[in-house]
Structures are given as structure tokens and as C-alpha cells.
Design a protein around this ligand. Structure first.
Ligand SMILES: Cc1cc2nc3c(=O)[nH]c(=O)nc-3n(C[C@H](O)[C@H](O)[C@H](O)COP(=O)(O)OP(=O)(O)OC[C@H]3O[C@@H](n4cnc5c(N)ncnc54)[C@H](O)[C@@H]3O)c2cc1C
Ligand code: SF4
Length: 507
């Protein structure tokens, strides 16, 4: 009696629910590198190298822990390319009599897992993924009967549930949210920690060679590959972050600086999302730093909010919204994604900085994703599916459950406000306030029209004008529409013409 336990590429946790309580002697874990996973979007080379290498290392770790692991490589000539195909082959190989799997992280894979019971002649058990604080039923019961879903109220419930940063029933420090203290621009003279660089070992080098050969035309460089690919190394990055970057994390969370891709961010999302790190364990370690007086409350609270607030909330929204969420296009945006999103070749310095570091590291921090690449796509009216597929392809931490609500909902407002109460639209002034990008740009952030004018300025007003019917009634958009109404007609015409001329250059 053998139970086959398929372990997917984002299920690299020793405490995975499908492994719990199993008898190692009668189970075979199946792991497979698959064409269907490497091809559904053109993934960044480093993203693929990271996930495949982490999978191979995890298989070794599981073997060391006494499990039998059947591992199918991408280059195996018999590899069918799909998990269902590999499961069929493995059932035969091992004469397995049962399948036990942890639930999928996204709709596409859920449909595949759900089809197994009909397809195979053995019982299929699908277990809940307990690596999240909030399960599907709990989110549904929280969302039910609410007119508006807002992260802040969900987050407070998660604080109460986890007891993180709580003084009895009250939030530590007397406030739930210290975001008002977290919007400082950074200065270049501040000492900046660089994330740990993990030199590729033999396994990672093999994977990198394979990826470079098989996916030569995909975006991305692997020359600077330095991700951790084991839990042990991911824990080192966690410890490094807690010590060196967490204390000022809150203050400079929204800051951007030229040639500084990482600032005080944790660079832990790839490890959280594959399962190498545990989110609650990480948050407890952050809380311990605060309790030991080593980090201020705005840093500890700000970080914990990202993980038990935003991360859990976007997952809840993803499943709540259903598989058709991806088709939302509330602002009717139809322009194709400009080529420079793949090459970084643009005179707009903020965009070239963000895309160039994405090419080099498969990483950009939140404000770059939201207020540079996301904001530009929003203002320019880029088709949200194109935007979504780009984010899904280029970041090492990108899985649809977390990427889609962030890109389509938060950054493109394509869900009409299900996730965010207003569009994150901003002119060049915001970028100038939060970064030093404008000082070395060929455009002038202070100019609104003319050949040197920063494109974000006219595009911003074009966005406001173009979407008037859809956005004017939103109370949080009252100020921009008040300013638009105050503007002279000639200025409005000049701004819209400037924006149109620029949009024509995008092709
Ligand atoms: C358009 C867009 C697309 C995004 N796509 C992804 C994605 O594919 N995968 C992903 O993990 N995050 C995504 N995010 C959220 C966020 O940008 C990344 O989690 C963060 O930049 C990862 O870097 P870090 O680990 O250094 O984060 P830090 O700034 O150190 O934050 C700590 C942790 O908080 C969590 N977190 C922070 N913000 C969010 C958020 N909005 N949603 C979910 N988790 C959050 C992450 O797990 C992150 O590791 C996206 C944001 C935007 C605006
Ligand atoms: S001037 Fe405009 S385009 Fe140039 S960096 Fe600043 S915001 Fe970006």
C-alpha cells in the first residue's frame, strides 16, 4: 500500500499538510519539473533557476529526513510535461494505491488537482494549506455581508488572532497602524545593508546552465544570481534582515534610490512564497526584536502588517474573487505593454532603473512595482492582462494568488475598487519626493508640457480626464477632480495633447 504525495514547486515546506502524520515507509513523494509550469508565462531566468534549484535542494533535504522522493527533471526524456502526466507515470511505477496532496495555490492548478479524482482509479485526498493564518472559510465569513472589503479591518482581526504585537486586547504602542511615520525619502549617505549573496553551488549552477540553454530568449540575467535555495540559507537572510535592515525598515519603506535595488527591504518574499520560510515564525521573530528593544514599533508593526495583513488579505481576495477576476478591466484599458518593460530601454530614468534591476535580480521592491511600473501602466492605459502577465513573469516571488490582486487590483484598479479604495495614480511630483531618480533623468519633473516635460505629469491629468465618468464619484478622488475643475481650459487641452503625443510614441 503506497501513498503518492505530489509536492508542487511552491510547497517546499517540511511541515506541509500532505506530509503530516504520514508513514515515511509507505509513502513516495513525487516532485517534477514541468514544461506546463515553465511555459505558462515567459518567466525570468533567475525566477526559474531559483524555483528549480530550491526544488532539487528540497528533494535532497526530504531524503535526508527519511522520505523516499521520486524526482523528475525537466530534461528527463520521458517527462510528459504535465503534473497529471507525471502522476499517471508515477502511480504505475510505484503501484500506488492512494494520492495525498496539499491544495493548490491558484485556480489553474486547483482545476488540475480537482480533476485527479475522476482521472485516476485511486482515492485522492486534498488537504488544506495551513501555511496561512486565514483559511478560505474564515476569509469568506469575514467578507460576507461587508459592503466594502478593506485590508485595515482584516489586518486588525489577524493581529487579534495571532496575538502579534498585542497588549491584551489593545495594539502594542497604542495604535494599530504606524504608516504615517513610514513615508520618509532616503538619503544616499545612510549606510545601506545589502542582502546576503549565496554563491550558486553545483546544483544551482547545473540549473542555471539548463535554464540559460533552454530559455535563452526569456528576460533576465543569471550572472548576479544570489538567492538562497535552501531553508537553512533562507533563515540566514531572515536573521540578517532582522539585525541589519529591520530597524529602519518602517521609515524608508516607500523610498527609492538610484542603483540601490534593495534598500531596507527584507528580500524574503521568494522564500515565503515557496515555503522555505514560515510567515508566522518570521513575524514572531520580528515581534521578539521589538520586545527586546532592538527595533522601533513603526518598523515592527509596518513589517508585520505586510505579512499578516497584506499578504493574507490579497490571498483572501484572490480566492474570494474567483477565476474570472483575471478578466476584470474596470477602466477599459486596452493599450499593449510597451517593449521597454522587457528591455529597460527608455529615457524615463525611474522606469529604466526599475526594469534594469528587475532584469538583473528578478526583484523590485513594493513602491517600485506600485508607483513606477504599475503607476505608468495605469496612467498610460495598458491592458491589465498584459500588466498581470508581465508581473507574473518577471519577479522571483510571483505566483498568481499574490501577484494578480496586487497587479490587477492594487496597481491597475482593474477590479473597480474591490481591493483598493482608489487608484494609485501619481504624477512625477510623487516620484521626485520619494526618490532621487528625477535628478538624473533627461526629462524635467517640474515641467508639464513641452519636449522636456516629465511624461508622468501630462499622463496623470490625461488619466484623470479619461476616467472622469468612472472615478469622479469616488470620494477619495475628490481632490484631483477639484484641481482639474480649477484648471483653465487651454491648460487642459495642452496637457491632453502632450499626453496623446507621448502615448503615440509607445506604439
Ligand atoms: C504590482 C505588484 C505586484 C506584486 N507582485 C507580487 C508577487 O508576485 N509576489 C509577492 O510576494 N508580492 C508581490 N507584490 C507585493 C510586494 O511588492 C512584494 O511582496 C515585495 O516587494 C517583496 O519584496 P520583499 O520581500 O523585500 O518585501 P518587504 O518590503 O520586505 O515586505 C515584507 C513581506 O511582506 C509581504 N508583502 C508586502 N507587501 C505585500 C503585498 N502587497 N502583497 C503580498 N505580500 C506583501 C511579502 O511577503 C514581503 O516579503 C506585488 C506588489 C505590486 C504593487
Ligand atoms: S522626471 Fe519623470 S520620467 Fe524622469 S525620473 Fe522623474 S518621474 Fe521619472
Amino acid at each position: 500500500m503506497t501513498t503518492l504525495i505530489p509536492v508542487l514547486g511552491d510547497q517546499l515546506s517540511h511541515a506541509l499538510s500532505s506530509l503530516a502524520g504520514q508513514d515515511k515507509k509507505t509513502c513516495v513523494i513525487l516532485m517534477a519539473e514541468l514544461d506546463e509550469e515553465t511555459a505558462y508565462v515567459p518567466h525570468h531566468k533567475s525566477k526559474m533557476a531559483f524555483i528549480l534549484s530550491a526544488m532539487r535542494h528540497h528533494a535532497d533535504d526530504l531524503r535526508s529526513a527519511g522520505w523516499t522522493v521520486d524526482y523528475v527533471k525537466l530534461t528527463d526524456p520521458e517527462n510528459s510535461g504535465s503534473f497529471t502526466g507525471e502522476l499517471a507515470r508515477a502511480l504505475e511505477r510505484h503501484s500506488a494505491s492512494a494520492i495525498c496532496v496539499t491544495e493548490a495555490g491558484e485556480w489553474r492548478v486547483k482545476a488540475m488537482l480537482d480533476s485527479w479524482a475522476d482521472r485516476f482509479d485511486v482515492p485522492v485526498e486534498i488537504r488544506a494549506d495551513d501555511r496561512f493564518l486565514c483559511d478560505h472559510a474564515e476569509f469568506e465569513s469575514w467578507a460576507k455581508d461587508r459592503k466594502q472589503l478593506r485590508m485595515e479591518y482584516f489586518y486588525r482581526d489577524m493581529r487579534r488572532k495571532s496575538k502579534l504585537l498585542m497588549d491584551g486586547d489593545a495594539p502594542a504602542g497604542g495604535q494599530w497602524n504606524f504608516d504615517a511615520e513610514n513615508r520618509k525619502p532616503a538619503k544616499r549617505d545612510l549606510a545601506m545593508p545589502q542582502p546576503l549573496h549565496f554563491a550558486p553551488d553545483d546544483i544551482t549552477q547545473d540549473v542555471i546552465h539548463m535554464v540559460e540553454a533552454k530559455f535563452a530568449t526569456n528576460m533576465g540575467q543569471t550572472a548576479k544570481f544570489g538567492f538562497a535555495v535552501t531553508r537553512a540559507d533562507a533563515l540566514k537572510q531572515q536573521a540578517y534582515f532582522l539585525k541589519h535592515a529591520l530597524p529602519p525598515f518602517g521609515d524608508y519603506q516607500d523610498a527609492m534610490l538610484t542603483d540601490e535595488p534593495f534598500l531596507w527591504h527584507s528580500i524574503l518574499s521568494p522564500y515565503l512564497n515557496t515555503g522555505l520560510l514560515d510567515p508566522l515564525e518570521l513575524c514572531r521573530a520580528v515581534e521578539a526584536q521589538y520586545q527586546a528593544g532592538k527595533v522601533p514599533i513603526n518598523a515592527a508593526e509596518g513589517f508585520i502588517r505586510q505579512v499578516i495583513g497584506w499578504r493574507e488579505y490579497v490571498r483572501g481576495i484572490y480566492w474570494h474573487a474567483g477565476p474570472q477576476y483575471v478578466e476584470s478591466n474596470a477602466l477599459g484599458a486596452e493599450r499593449p505593454l510597451p517593449e521597454f518593460y522587457w528591455t529597460g530601454k527608455t529615457d524615463m530614468h525611474c522606469l529604466s532603473q526599475t526594469v534594469d534591476q528587475t532584469i538583473a535580480y528578478s526583484y523590485a521592491h513594493h513602491i517600485q512595482r506600485l508607483m513606477i511600473t504599475g503607476n505608468f501602466a495605469l496612467l498610460a492605459g495598458i491592458n491589465p492582462v498584459d500588466v498581470h502577465r508581465w508581473y507574473l513573469a518577471v519577479y522571483a516571488d510571483a505566483y498568481e494568488w499574490v501577484e494578480l490582486p496586487n497587479s490587477l487590483g492594487m496597481s491597475q484598479f482593474a477590479d473597480g475598487g474591490m481591493l483598493a479604495s482608489k487608484p494609485y495614480a501619481a504624477s512625477g511630483a510623487y516620484i521626485n519626493r520619494m526618490s532621487d531618480y528625477c535628478s538624473s533623468c533627461r526629462y524635467d519633473v517640474k515641467q508639464k508640457t513641452g519636449p522636456k516635460a516629465c511624461p508622468f505629469n501630462a499622463l496623470y491629468w490625461e488619466f484623470i480626464a479619461r476616467n472622469e465618468d468612472r472615478l469622479r464619484k469616488n470620494p477619495r478622488m475628490a481632490m484631483p477632480y477639484k484641481n482639474w475643475d480649477r484648471m483653465a481650459e487651454t491648460d487642459k487641452v495642452a496637457l491632453r495633447r502632450q499626453a496623446q503625443q507621448f502615448l503615440e510614441t509607445l506604439g
